[in-house]
Design a binder for this molecule. Structure first.
Ligand SMILES: CC(C)(COP(=O)(O)OP(=O)(O)OC[C@H]1O[C@@H](n2cnc3c(N)ncnc32)[C@H](O)[C@@H]1OP(=O)(O)O)[C@@H](O)C(=O)NCCC(=O)NCCS
Length: 184
């Protein structure tokens, strides 16, 4: 089940830090963002935070799946959920991430394509060097997908049975999950 977090978003800091390891960077979008958590058997195993960037753009600012649950399709399902939830209100889904050999292929597999790159953004905005998949991250890569293009790959995904379209406002406490650090 995917539900919107209406209470304390910082309860999920352990997941947020998987995707964005510097807390003051998370502070830049957490309060103004809408947060969703993905739960399995009452346990929060993933989250995402989305913001309105104006000009018809909705952006996933932070997306993480707990390490033990990665590569099982949950990340793609969260992206599909966001696309479905916002397709009537927005034209474009955007994601900004480090130039990581792990995350860029993931978002491309969700149907997004690279739109633009901000050179040296990671180097200039993060206090510590960040490595992923053996590579030091340097640039910020923005990927986009049209929410109006009926032929986009995300639409193909959504045509399949969709197990997590229901949203609950339940704010049950969630078990803490051990985390590893990553990039935004
Ligand atoms: C990136 C992340 C959200 C992906 O979620 P996930 O649930 O593991 O991904 P999925 O199982 O939905 O993967 C879907 C497809 O994306 C691609 N993909 C996912 N992870 C990948 C990786 N590490 N390397 C290369 N391709 C990857 C694959 O094509 C995968 O399909 P496959 O497993 O059939 O090969 C997750 O690994 C994560 O939370 N990482 C740490 C936080 C982070 O880096 N967040 C993104 C930055 S905002």
């Amino acid at each position: 089940m995917i539900r919107e977090v209406t209470g304390n978003k910082r309860e999920y800091l352990h997941l947020l830090l998987l995707a964005d390891e510097q807390e003051n960077m998370i502070d830049q979008y957490l309060d103004r963002g809408t947060m969703f958590v993905l739960e399995e058997e009452g346990q929060a195993i993933g989250e995402c935070v989305v913001t309105d960037e104006g000009s018809g753009i909705v952006e996933i600012q932070n997306l993480a799946i707990a390490p033990d649950f990665q590569r099982r399709g949950y990340g793609k399902k969260l992206v599909s959920f966001v696309a479905e939830r916002y397709r009537d209100e927005y034209d474009t889904l955007q994601i900004g991430t480090g130039d990581s050999p792990l995350t860029v292929p993931f978002y491309e597999s969700c149907g997004l394509t690279v739109h633009h790159v901000i050179p040296n953004y990671i180097l200039e905005h993060y206090d510590q060097p960040i490595f992923e998949g053996g590579k030091q991250l340097k640039d910020k890569v923005y990927l986009r997908m049209s929410l109006k293009d009926k032929k986009s790959r995300i639409d193909e995904l959504l045509e399949k049975p969709y197990w997590c379209s229901e949203i609950s406002t339940d704010t049950t406490k969630i078990t803490t999950i051990t985390t590893k650090r990553g990039t935004g």
